[in-house]
Design a protein around this ligand. Structure first.
Ligand SMILES: Nc1ncnc2c1ncn2[C@@H]1O[C@H](COP(=O)(O)OP(=O)(O)OP(=O)(O)O)[C@@H](O)[C@H]1O
Ligand SMILES: [Mg+2]
Length: 503
């Protein structure tokens, strides 16, 4: 069992970036240690060093007092360190138990082994509340359950320090509550946990200690009991952060987005959106609240032309855009911030500049009669990166080496800069730090003031309530009610579970 892990004077340099600068971090058995910091502060890098994925440029790691040389994740696991990544590394076509068994050395036949694995899995499930059906296929599981499989996999390999990099970013509010129960049980059984999150209330609720990183350096370490959200925010960002917005009243214009009787199938061919009708006016933010998986994603993708509609119509201004191509829909003035930003929002191998002009590159002033104007492109991208505070060493850096939050800021910059008529924003602040969240909220309200019709899809009820003019609650592909933005969280919660309200 791991008693203590100490990272001493860890420095990590990437070309042009000092990701970690002489960082000291210690974690002990029986504690949940939160790691906090803005996008690009160096949290994931530090954890990848601890998990043997990166080599530190300088510095040492001590486990239970002895110096450890962690050259690979296999080394780290052998020392009892496990990491649950934000993007799971499971084989979708395998069962849960096959995934857990994958890569384990087996001396006997595979069948016997799977029985053993299955039995041990049930023990772990009972001990920590990690309930998953061993024989279920991974692709059929909800995201929250896949995460449990990852945790079981690490525990099965005797990890007693678990690194959790933004685990709650993919969970619904209800799932987070259950997840925290699991974390507490793991801690109380003597495991050590490192927990990364941008949500300060989560850090306050679950952690015992907090280490704050800024620009790769440790700027503070506190006992959770002796701090509060305000202080943590100040440590992270170096100033006070506005978490509540007073929406100015705006005059709403004509209906710009009109959806009528829409039906949209999901990947399995079942109707995820059913008989869905909605109007959004210029200068209005219409919030869509709902537990994820109730058709929000399919709705957003249908509007953006990335998913075919089986019935109904989508109208943008005077034009019917149902089942048009994404390019046609973009040219009708629709901007889209997808929920699956890593997969749908960027080309990971492309540079920051290339991604920033993905959709506008063929038009003046960036190109004239098919010829790129490199000076104009450069100027445009420099402006976007500066205005939206995208932290990148250069415009030529491949997007895949940016921190998660900075990739999101880049997409936002690109989409909002087009001054769209209709903006569909799905979970726009997920995985984004508090400073950037403040900024994104400000930008959305600016777009609203400029007359954009905004569809804001978010699971963060505080966000929806703060920004929306009206809130539509979605359940099983339908709207169960449209209510004013000051509707209480409790009331919204009931509607999200399917309780109908008068339209
Ligand atoms: N493989 C890499 N190559 C080059 N630079 C990298 C690489 N990985 C990270 N960086 C840079 O190191 C810095 C720290 O990134 P890191 O991913 O650790 O931040 P983070 O704190 O996890 O941010 P976020 O909250 O956005 O996830 C960033 O400037 C990032 O661009
Ligand atoms: Mg990160």
């Amino acid at each position: 069992m791991i008693q203590t892990v100490e990272m001493k004077n860890i420095t990590k340099r990437f070309p042009g970036v000092l990701a970690n600068d002489c960082v000291n971090l210690d974690v002990c058995a029986g504690e949940i240690h939160a790691l906090l910091g803005e996008n690009g502060a160096g949290k994931t890098t530090l954890m990848k060093i601890l998990y043997g994925m990166y080599r530190a440029t300088e510095g040492e790691i001590f486990i239970n007092g002895a110096r450890a040389d962690l050259r690979s994740p296999a080394d780290a696991l052998a020392h009892g360190i496990g990491m649950i990544h934000q993007h799971f590394q499971l084989v979708p076509g395998f069962t849960v138990v096959e995934n857990v068994a994958l890569g384990l050395k087996s001396s006997r036949g595979p069948l016997t082994d799977l029985d053993v694995v299955s039995r041990r899995m049930r023990e772990l499930a009972a001990q920590y509340g990690l309930n998953v059906e061993p024989n279920a296929l991974v692709w059929q599981l909800a995201v929250g359950q896949q995460q449990r499989v990852e945790i079981i996999k690490a525990l099965y390999r005797d990890a007693s320090l678990l690194i959790l990099d933004e685990p709650t970013a993919v969970l619904t509010p209800q799932e987070v509550t259950e997840f925290f129960d699991i974390l507490r049980r793991l801690r109380d059984a003597g495991n050590a946990l490192i927990f990364i999150s941008h949500k300060l209330y989560e850090v306050m609720a679950i952690s015992d200690r907090v280490t704050v990183l800024r620009d790769g350096r440790v700027v503070g370490q506190v006992n959770t009991r002796e701090t509060n959200q305000q202080e943590l925010a100040r440590m992270m960002v170096g100033r006070d952060v506005i978490t509540h917005w007073d929406k100015p009243t705006t005059t709403q214009g004509e209906v710009v987005l009109e959806i009528q009787n829409l039906g949209v199938p999901n990947d399995k061919g079942l109707n995820a959106v059913k008989k869905f009708s909605l109007k959004v006016r210029a200068g209005e933010i219409l919030g869509i609240a709902g537990v994820s998986g109730n058709g929000q994603r399919e709705l957003a993708e249908a509007i953006a032309g990335m998913r075919r509609v089986s019935s109904g119509t989508i109208r943008v201004s005077e034009k019917i855009v149902t089942n048009q191509s994404p390019a046609q829909i973009i040219s009708s003035g629709v901007a889209f911030i997808p929920e699956e930003r890593m997969a749908m929002g960027v080309v990971r191998e492309f540079s920051v500049a290339e991604n920033a002009i993905l959709e506008t590159h063929a038009h003046p002033p960036l190109a004239q009669r098919g010829v790129f104007n490199f000076a104009a492109i450069n100027e445009h991208c420099t402006k976007l990166v500066r205005e939206y505070d995208v932290r990148t060493p250069s415009l030529d850096t491949p997007v895949k080496s940016l921190s998660g939050g900075n990739i999101q800021k880049l997409i936002l910059a690109r989409e909002l800069d087009r001054a769209p008529r209709v903006l569909v924003a799905a979970q726009p602040t997920r995985g984004v730090d508090i400073g950037a969240t403040e900024y994104i909220h400000k930008k959305l309200l600016e777009q609203r003031a400029n007359g954009t019709a905004i569809l804001l899809i978010s699971e963060d009820l505080e966000e929806v309530r703060a920004l929306s003019d009206r809130i539509a609650v979605m359940y099983e592909g339908e709207i169960v009610g449209i209510v004013p933005s000051d509707t209480s969280v409790e009331e919204l919660g009931l509607m999200m579970a399917g309780a109908r309200r008068n339209l």
